[in-house]
Structures are given as C-alpha cells and as structure tokens.
Design a protein around this ligand. Structure first.
Ligand SMILES: Cc1ncc(COP(=O)(O)O)c(C=O)c1O
Length: 386
C-alpha cells in the first residue's frame, strides 16, 4: 500500500525514491525498518506473513520498486544473481529440455548450463548471438528457453530483443534476459516482449559493493510459482538486511547511473583514440558494430566496458598493477573503479570457445571524477608503451 496517489504516472526517479513508502504501517519512519525476524506469529494478528524464507516485508518493498522499474507485474529477490538465474531456469526447464544462449554469456551461467544441467538431461547450444538467424537455426523440438544477456558483460555485443521475443513466441519458447548491465534505468526488456528479466543486484542496483543479491521480474502467476517452488524450496530468498541495503542503493540508482554513463562515455572515447589501445568494446561508441540496435532498445549506457591494450601479456599485467584508481577485482557496478583481465593469458581454446580475444581487459568506471580515471589510464598506457 502506498501513501502517494497517482503512482501509475511516476517516473523512475519517483519510483526509486518513494514507491513502497507506507508511513502509517511503519510508525512514520522515513526509512522502513529491517524486519530481522525469521517467523511471523499469528495468534493475535495475521498480516499474511509466515516465515522469512517465503516472504519478508523489507524484501517486499525492494521487490515493489524493481517490478515497477522493469514494468513487470511482480519481482522476487534472491540471495544472489546466480540464485536468481539458476532458480528461474529451473522453473522453466524439464528433464531433456534444450536451452539457447549467447556463447559469451557470463561464465558461471554458462558453467551451470554446460556442466551442471546435463545431469538432468538438459542440453544447451551457445550461439553467435548477434544473429537472430543463428538462434533460429539452433532451435530443436525440445528447445524450451532462450536465455539472453544483452549486452554480454565482457564483449558488449547485443542481441535483438524484440526480434528474439517474436521468434520465441512463434516457437512457444520462454525468453529470459540478464539485464544487469543496462539496469532497468536504460533497458526494459518486458516492454520488448521478453518474458522474464533477471539481475544481479550486487552490481548497479546495490551500487555500493556491500551486498550480493539477485532479482527476477515477470508475470505475477509465474513469479508466485517461483516464490513457492524454486525460491522457497532452494531457500534462495534475499535476507532482510541485504534487502534493506538494496533499498538504500535503489534510492540513488538514477543519479548514479547518469554519472556512470557520463564518465563511461568519456573514458570509452579516450580509450578509442589512444595509440596504445587496439580496440574498445562499448555499445555507447558510434564505432560499435551494433550501435544502432543499441540506440533502438536501450535508452542509455552503463560504465562497464572492455579493451585490448597493445602489449604483451606481461606488459598488460604490469599496466594493471600500476594503476592507482582501478582496483583489481572481478565484480562491477559499484562506486569504485575496477579492472580485471578476462583475456590476459587466455588459452587459444578458451578464446575460440567464448570469443574473448587475447589481451582483453575489462574496466568498471566508478563514481570518481572521469578526468582522474582518464589520467590514471593514460599514465598506465604510456608506461606500457615505453
Ligand atoms: C552479467 C552478470 N550476471 C550475473 C552475475 C551473477 O551475480 P551474483 O554475483 O550476484 O551472483 C554476474 C556477477 O558478476 C554478472 O556479471
């Protein structure tokens, strides 16, 4: 229940700041409390809550905001992005099903499909995902799901969401997308016909590198089923404290994303012009081969990108080590700038399997001043050339 009227016309900024406010229910507290309890007794009052493994009021406020941001009927929060992805896949797949997926999808997602699901007879085909025809050609009689990640979070290639949603409908397949990179601020796949949207809330939604979490958005009926079945049975719900921190992150999501976009664009343009950089992968650059598709299906860009410096493996490793403002680490989407090196020292086999070129480094542009980050990268690249 909301204290604000007319909320169907709210902007994303309004949703992030206020949707789910209920001052009467929470004694006027401007920030809702953390319901840090496992069970809800009902001898004297029955609010419909039973046990925090099923639902929790603090978690529900985060779910209300995220469902509205994604323009879905309902959202359910999970203990991690991977819990959200694997539970959603398990909710749709049956023994012997087949899944289609971009070949450079997030590595643990690929590992789940490639190494874990075969024990249930589930098969996956990893597709050259820029081409809708490649998906169409790979459909089999037992195909159940098209799992997307657009942009993929290492090479930043896109999938055509509207066309793939149409293809899936024609073949009675369920579409799921990992929308972590663009966030609901800049891409709303349900509007384009995608069935289910998953996020790692550990990235931009949380925004402060202090939580691990996930969320799934979609139709009410599907989400209620996932809540009782996969989330309830696997015990995969986000805990109340994590949900409260997620709420705090969501309040500033629009503001942070604007800054990540502005700085991300400046850094990408700087890298593109730099003589010590071979190639930049960022959908916001006009030189990106799918720039027009990106403009059609996204309304903005986040701050995660990759590039290949011109140098040996040792030179690239030294470049990473001597940066002052980019800590080395695998995550992204927080206030801090990060660098990691998925293509540095990669084997030829892994490179041809995933499409990740040798020497690829990935940076998450944080909330520091863009010029500070550019100076840092410039110094590092200059030193590498010397
Ligand atoms: C694109 C993408 N999807 C999903 C995940 C998994 O999220 P979590 O770490 O919250 O389980 C990650 C984490 O790095 C990711 O980068």
């Amino acid at each position: 229940m909301s204290v604000h009227p007319g909320q169907e016309t709210w902007s994303k900024e309004d949703i992030c700041a206020h949707l789910g406010d209920d001052y009467d229910r929470f004694l006027g507290a401007i920030v809702p409390p953390i319901f840090q309890n496992s069970l809800f007794t009902r001898k004297t009052v029955n609010h419909g809550y039973t046990y925090t493994r099923v639902t929790n009021p603090t978690t529900e406020i985060a779910e209300t905001k995220i469902a509205a941001l994604e323009e879905g009927e309902e959202a359910k929060c999970f203990a991690s992005g991977m819990a959200a992805i694997t539970s959603t896949l398990m909710s749709v797949l049956e023994q012997g099903s087949h899944v289609l997926c971009p070949r450079s999808v997030y590595t643990p997602t690929r590992a789940f499909l490639e190494n874990y699901m075969p024990r249930f007879g589930v098969e996956a085909t990893f597709v050259e995902s820029e081409s809708v025809e490649a998906f169409e050609r790979a459909i089999r009689p037992n195909t159940k799901v098209i799992l997307l990640e657009s942009p993929v979070s290492n090479l930043f290639t896109l999938q055509d969401l509207a066309q793939l949603a149409g293809l899936a409908r024609a073949h009675n397949l369920t579409t799921i997308i990992d929308n972590t990179w663009a966030t609901p601020m800049y891409q709303n796949p349900i509007r384009l016909g995608i069935d289910l949207v998953v996020h790692s809330a550990s990235k931009y939604m949380g925004g402060h590198s202090d939580i691990v979490g996930g969320v799934v958005v979609g139709r009410k009926e599907t989400l209620t089923e996932i809540m009782h079945r996969e989330r309830g049975l696997f015990g995969a719900i986000m805990d109340p404290h994590q949900s409260w921190l997620l709420l705090r992150g969501l309040r500033t999501l629009p503001l942070r994303m604007r800054q990540h976009q502005e700085s991300g664009m400046k850094v990408a343009k700087f890298l593109e012009e730099h003589p010590a950089v071979e190639r930049v992968f960022y959908p916001g650059l006009q030189s990106h081969p799918q720039f027009e598709l990106g403009r059609k299906q996204m309304s903005g860009y986040s701050g995660l990108m990759s590039f290949v410096p011109k140098g040996s493996v040792e030179q690239i490793r030294a470049f990473i080590k001597q940066l002052s403002f980019f800590e080395e680490g695998p995550s992204w989407g927080g206030f801090e700038s990060l660098i990691n090196s998925p293509g540095v020292g990669i084997s030829e086999e892994a490179s041809s399997l995933t499409g990740i070129p040798s020497g690829l480094v990935r940076i998450s542009v944080g909330l520091e001043k863009a010029e500070t980050l550019i100076d840092d990268l410039d110094r590092g690249l200059f030193a590498m050339k010397a």
